[in-house]
Design a protein around this ligand. Structure first.
Ligand code: TMP
Length: 206
């Protein structure tokens, strides 16, 4: 059996990621692909418990604790969900992965980039997503969208300057690996964004 493909979705809070993660599995299934839809932080019982802790507004976490917990959850996720699914020939669609740790814990919170890279190498070895869809929006757009629809979690409480740095972190990752990570203009009309996503998936994965 051939190995499945690993697709991740990234973007700051309010970039539109969740809207698109909702239709991509059916789009792939219609083309005969078996899909495992999952998310980070989370995706396993331990990961979901760590997620609750990390998004809890009552917690004050050091940025290094946050990065280590993200990678602890990721290690479990790779072992229990992502690698077994890929090995069984399923495609994995994951709402956030390691690019988010570079963007949030290094870009946003200021941890050294190389420290995240060391954790990435430790936990993932050579494994990288086959394709990453990065929904790019300015921080004011992300903020306005999240404020309009929900109570903010611990990350969403951060200010504009934090999200400007998150965006810079994502763009740095995208420029470092332009073949894998595709930048999508998340401010475009929904139908246009959807069309771009479909075109990118069709031309890169089939
Ligand atoms: P979500 O709301 O898209 O599910 O993501 C939860 C929050 O977790 C989001 O604000 C970004 C944050 N996050 C990090 O800070 N680092 C990470 O490595 C991941 C995966 C998420």
């Amino acid at each position: 059996m051939t190995k499945g493909k690993f697709i991740t979705l990234e973007g700051m809070d309010g970039a539109g990621k969740s809207t698109h993660v909702a239709w991509i599995p059916a789009f792939l299934q219609a083309r005969g692909v078996k899909v495992c839809l999952t998310r980070e932080p989370g995706g396993t019982p331990v990961g979901e418990r760590l997620r609750e802790l990390m998004l809890d507004k009552a917690q004050k976490l050091h940025a290094e604790t946050e990065a280590l917990l993200m990678f602890a959850a990721r290690r479990e996720h790779l072992d229990k969900v992502i690698l077994p699914a890929l090995d069984a020939g399923s495609w994995v669609v994951c709402d956030r992965f390691t690019d988010a740790t570079f963007a949030y814990q290094s870009g946003g919170s200021g941890l050294p980039w190389e420290r995240i890279a060391a954790l990435e190498a430790w936990v993932q070895g050579d494994l990288q997503p086959d394709l990453t869809l990065y929904f790019d929006v300015p921080s004011e757009v992300g903020k306005a969208r999240t404020q309009a629809v929900r109570e903010p979690d611990r990350f969403e409480l951060e200010g504009r300057a934090f999200f400007d740095r998150v965006r810079e972190g994502y763009l740095r990752r995208a420029h470092d690996d332009m073949r894998r990570m595709r930048i999508i203009d998340g401010t475009a009309a929904l139908a246009e964004v959807k069309q771009s996503v479909e075109n990118i998936i069709l031309s890169n994965c089939f």
